[in-house]
Write a protein that binds this ligand. Structure first.
Ligand SMILES: Cc1cc2nc3c(=O)[nH]c(=O)nc-3n(C[C@H](O)[C@H](O)[C@H](O)COP(=O)(O)OP(=O)(O)OC[C@H]3O[C@@H](n4cnc5c(N)ncnc54)[C@H](O)[C@@H]3O)c2cc1C
Length: 124
């Protein structure tokens, strides 16, 4: 970060790509600053996307859809019998998470598409 123009020359370095770090890095990139987001995990996303808010809310949503389907008769709707396959529910959640993470790739994090924001994971 010394103005030398080498590949590791940034205006801002954000450590941690979770709910706090990711938007901070994106705002920095949107403001035109050459930004690097450094995360020690295998994926950028943090607790919320990878293991917290998103999987728990997706699970709650699946339970709600099942509940509504089972109660559909109350509204005069006939949807047959409603059941679930837990493996498929979890596969759907994993798919949603991976979709969110791929949306955080270096080329898409800068909203103007100029990719001033780069990310590094699993550094040592
Ligand atoms: C089950 C569950 C459900 C939740 N549901 C909600 C909800 O519905 N709504 C809500 O608002 N909040 C919810 N939360 C809380 C939410 O997940 C956290 O508040 C949020 O993730 C905090 O964001 P953060 O960026 O501070 O930290 P984190 O998301 O933990 O991100 C920190 C990042 O920094 C990286 N890191 C850590 N140390 C280093 C290091 N030394 N070097 C490099 N990288 C490092 C980590 O790999 C990680 O990616 C939930 C949490 C849980 C566990």
């Amino acid at each position: 970060m010394n103005g030398s123009g080498d590949p590791y020359d940034y205006d801002v370095a954000v450590v941690g790509g979770g709910s706090g770090g990711f938007p901070a890095a994106r705002s920095s990139a949107d403001a035109g600053l050459r930004t690097v987001l450094i995360d020690g995990g295998k994926e950028v996303g943090g607790l919320c996307i990878l293991r917290g808010c998103m999987p728990s809310k997706a699970l709650l949503h699946a339970a709600e859809v099942l509940h509504l389907a089972r109660k559909a008769g109350t509204w005069g709707l006939n949807v047959g019998s409603a059941g679930f396959d837990f493996r498929e529910v979890m596969d759907r959640i994993s798919w949603s998470i991976s979709r969110s993470c791929s949306g955080g790739s270096p080329r898409t994090m800068s909203r103007d598409g100029k990719a001033r924001l780069e990310s590094m994971t699993a550094y040592s």
